[in-house]
Design a protein around this ligand. Structure first.
Ligand code: FAD
Length: 428
């Protein structure tokens, strides 16, 4: 049935309106000081708040990382140092004690990732929702903000809400407007990037082009589909044209390259990028060549079992590398070390320590865990998250041009930025 458009033209005023009840929005609502909640309206486009938070960490919700907050600065690509103040002021220890104060005990895994002790994202969401309610902040669901107007002393927001089959259009005004609408990844959760049009067209703000990040990478002529599920620890990766190089775990999937070293650095990769992977890092072409040359003379060992043992690699992976590197194809896996020619040794060393791939594409927004791009950092005071051009307008969480690595860094930024905005608005 077609929606019936009905303009109720209500001129509702709230001191603070927040758009989007994802992680950042709920942290904001939960951080509103007692007594101020009745002045806060939280508008959510979908029927269910925090859908993405519930997916975080495969439903277990990796809320942050342990260790020194200083180490976080390297986990947001080139933007980490720009959000230093906000991260330091509202750091990982504060996030943890905040959640524990809301009744969510936490646990830190050996790898530093912090989760609710129950390993259930619902506990985080429920605690934040309860805190929003306890503070008196009102959450209005099925309410999508479509336009924002600057009134000089505040803002007017146009909201389309679905009530059964009728679509209502309402107008709200506020002194402070907090935009917490997320990026474009997993658009079915409500974060579809539609707010960027309003921010660009209505307010003239600079939006860095949203691109998928924390996403797998497709390469031309992918030969590793049959190794799906195999992961290699601490490989090295270079991206042509970039000075820095990367290390981390690699995962082969049916169709693409994934795992932390790929997805954390997908922010630097585009179609056409050339990748050089070193599966035996920190060894290199020269050291692999030298060790093959040393081991080969008179040896009846198979090349595959020698390399698998020498570099601690899965046999199935090495067998594939040997097959691809040596001209004799699938029979080459059984080739004896002593039968290797100088040319074959060089080919093997390159395939192991400097394998080249040409990127044919990246996983799109349907699979990317975060969005690179969004509201330009130039537009915002990164101490308070307030717009430089429009006092009273704030941006928190992934709507900003900040994308973190996997490991809890994105939810940490959602928290840190939300608290920075709340501090400024409520002058704590
Ligand atoms: C599968 C997956 C797993 C992840 N795991 C982790 C993890 O373990 N740890 C971690 O740190 N990060 C993780 N992330 C990233 C993290 O979840 C996000 O960075 C974080 O949720 C962003 O929070 P946000 O509040 O800024 O945006 P979102 O959570 O995207 O919330 C934005 C909200 O705004 C609403 N909205 C959008 N437009 C409008 C509008 N016009 N009007 C009204 N409402 C609107 C949306 O419906 C949505 O509810 C994961 C992401 C995915 C997809």
């Amino acid at each position: 049935m077609q929606n019936v458009l009905k303009d109720t033209n209500k001129n509702n005023y709230y001191k603070t309106i927040l758009i989007g009840t994802g992680a950042a929005g709920l942290y904001f609502g939960a951080g509103v000081p007692c007594g101020h909640g009745k002045d806060v309206l939280m508008l959510e486009k979908t029927a269910r708040p925090a859908m993405k938070l519930l997916m975080a960490g495969s439903g277990q919700c990796n809320v942050t990382h342990g260790g020194s907050i200083k180490d976080f600065l390297d986990c947001y690509g080139d933007h980490g140092s720009r959000i230093r103040t906000c991260l330091y002021k509202h750091n990982n220890l504060e996030l943890m004690s905040f959640l524990e104060s809301l009744g969510v005990p936490l646990t830190e895994r050996e790898d530093g990732k912090v989760f609710p002790a129950s390993m259930d994202a619902h506990d985080v969401k429920n605690a934040l929702m309860e805190a929003c309610a306890a503070n008196g902040a009102e959450i209005r669901l099925n309410s999508s903000v479509t336009q924002i107007k600057d009134l000089e002393s505040g803002f007017e927001v146009i909201v389309e809400s679905i009530d059964g089959v009728s679509k209502n259009v309402e107008t709200y005004t506020c002194t402070n407007l907090v935009v917490a609408t997320g990026g474009c990844s997993y658009p079915t959760t409500g974060s579809d990037g539609s707010i960027f049009r309003a921010l660009r067209d209505d307010l003239g703000l600079k939006i860095e082009e949203p691109r998928p990040a924390l996403t797998p990478v497709f390469v031309q002529d992918y030969q590793f589909g049959e190794l799906s599920g195999i992961s290699l620890k601490d490989i090295g990766m270079k991206i042509a044209g970039l000075k820095k190089s990367f290390t981390g775990d690699l995962l082969f999937t049916h169709k693409n390259l994934s795992g932390p070293v790929i997805i954390n650095n997908s922010r630097y990769i585009t179609t056409g990028s050339r990748l050089e992977l070193n599966f035996v890092y920190p060894e290199n072409v020269e050291t692999v060549t030298a060790s093959l040359k040393k081991a080969a003379p008179g040896s009846s060992r198979s090349v595959t079992s020698f390399l698998a043992e020498e570099y601690g690699l899965p046999k199935r992976f090495v067998s594939k590398i040997v097959e691809l590197a040596l001209s004799s194809g699938s029979e080459s896996a059984d080739k004896k070390l002593s039968a290797l020619s100088g040319k074959e040794i060089s080919a093997l060393a390159r395939s192991l320590a400097a394998a080249e791939f040409s990127v044919s594409g990246l996983g799109g927004f349907n699979v990317a865990m975060v969005t690179k791009g969004g509201v330009s950092l130039e537009e915002v005071s990164l101490k308070t998250m307030e717009s430089k051009r429009y006092p009273g307008l704030y941006f928190i969480g992934e709507v900003l041009d900040i994308d973190g690595d996997t490991g809890g860094y994105n939810l940490q930024f959602a928290y840190s930025s939300a608290m920075a905005a709340a501090d400024n608005i409520f002058a704590i």
